[in-house]
Structures are given as structure tokens and as C-alpha cells.
Design a protein. Structure first.
Length: 219
């Protein structure tokens, strides 16, 4: 029988931020373990490491708003990248960008690590938005409208464990969230691990610590 007052959640990447958000609004959730946590609302609405300017953010909102009308008129939806690129004039340059089939020699480090997962047998799937298709062009809308993890500092009997790679480009998301609620949120940094290593590298995933965490907080 499931104890409905002792719910535990475990999530990876973007779903981790959503699991933490759910826990802040549901006191039945007593423990959340998050690996390679991504704050999708922050990433999509502000860009990686918050590089979008206010003007760029407004341009994205304008583009997405227009695209909703276009999609409705056509009766279908356009594809796009979850991080909206800009052209040399600073205007939104929508694209159906997905990971390339062949990795270019000058590819940036983030593209390289995602290619190594989503474009290889490690994580490839023909229907995966990260492997072969793309996000919808209007995906950013909801992430501009709602910020995740805004109530983690509320007093509640919940605990969270964030597991992040020391070499992960996403590490700062876990570090910033841990600062929001240091008494309730623990941070475990795994040496030698990048962002995707904690998806499937069994030699790096700290299974013993995860077991200990859930045993202690769901007992």
C-alpha cells in the first residue's frame, strides 16, 4: 500500500526543477532527489547563465505571441529551439535547430556533451525532441509566464538532494537553488562528471547516497 503522506520524487535535468516546484506546493511530497537539475523557466526566459538582455527577452515574447496566431491559422505548429537565437541585427532568428548528425570540429562544449548523449546509442530515440525533432516554437511562452521553485524557502517537512557534476555547465542552477533553502536542500557535487554523465554513467551516479537520502526522509 502506498503511503500518500510519504511521496518521494526523483528526476533528471529539466524535470528536476519541476519536481522541486511540485514539492513546494504539495506537502505530501517529503523528499526530492534531482540529478543535473535545470531551471527550465530561467534557462528559457533568460538564456544560459542569464545572458539575454531585457530587450531580447521582450523580442522573444513578441515573436512567440505572433507565432501562436500563425499556428492557430495554419492548424499546425512550428518547431523551434528552446533557447532562441538572435541574428547579427539582434532580432529573433527562429530555427528548427536540433543536434547535428555530424559533430563539427568547432562545436561548443555544451553541444558536444549533448551530442555525445542524444545522438549516440546512449540516449538516441527517433521520437526524442533532443535527438531528431525540436521543441515547438511557442514552448517559451509558459516559461516566461511562470517561474519555477519560487517557494522552496517556505517552512515544510520536505527535503531535497541535488546531485550535480563538477564539470556540468548546469551546476550553477543547483548551487543557486541550494542557496534559496540551505536547511532543506542539500547539494552533492560529483567529481569528474559533466551534465549528461548523471543520466546514465552508473560508475558516477551516487546510488548509495540516493538510497540513504530516501530511506532517511521517507521512513
Amino acid at each position: 500500500m502506498v503511503d500518500r503522506e510519504r511521496i518521494g520524487l526523483q528526476a533528471v535535468c529539466g524535470l528536476s526543477g519541476m519536481a522541486l516546484t511540485a514539492a513546494a506546493a504539495d506537502s505530501r511530497i517529503k523528499a526530492v532527489a534531482a540529478a543535473s537539475m535545470y531551471d527550465m523557466s530561467r534557462s528559457i526566459s533568460r538564456g544560459h547563465e542569464d545572458y539575454y538582455t531585457r530587450e531580447q527577452r521582450q523580442k522573444i515574447v513578441d515573436y512567440v505571441s505572433r507565432q501562436r496566431w500563425i499556428d492557430a491559422k495554419k492548424g499546425t505548429f512550428a518547431r523551434g529551439s528552446h533557447e532562441v537565437p538572435f541574428d547579427e541585427n539582434g532580432d529573433v532568428a527562429p530555427t528548427n535547430r536540433v543536434l547535428p548528425k555530424t559533430l563539427l570540429e568547432d562545436a561548443d562544449p555544451i553541444t558536444r556533451i549533448f551530442f555525445d548523449y542524444y545522438r549516440t546509442e546512449r540516449g538516441y530515440h527517433p521520437r526524442s525532441i533532443n535527438s531528431t525533432t525540436a521543441w515547438t516554437a511557442t514552448t517559451p511562452r509558459s516559461f516566461f509566464a511562470f517561474r519555477q521553485m519560487t517557494n522552496l524557502d517556505m517552512p515544510a517537512p520536505r527535503k531535497a538532494l541535488l546531485v550535480a557534476g563538477a564539470d556540468a555547465h548546469s551546476l550553477h542552477y543547483s548551487q543557486d537553488v541550494q542557496k534559496l533553502a540551505p536547511d532543506a536542500v542539500g547539494l552533492l557535487i560529483v567529481p569528474g562528471a559533466d551534465h549528461v554523465d548523471l543520466y546514465d554513467r552508473k560508475d558516477l551516479i551516487p546510488f548509495d547516497r540516493l538510497d540513504e537520502f530516501f530511506t532517511e526522509n521517507l521512513a
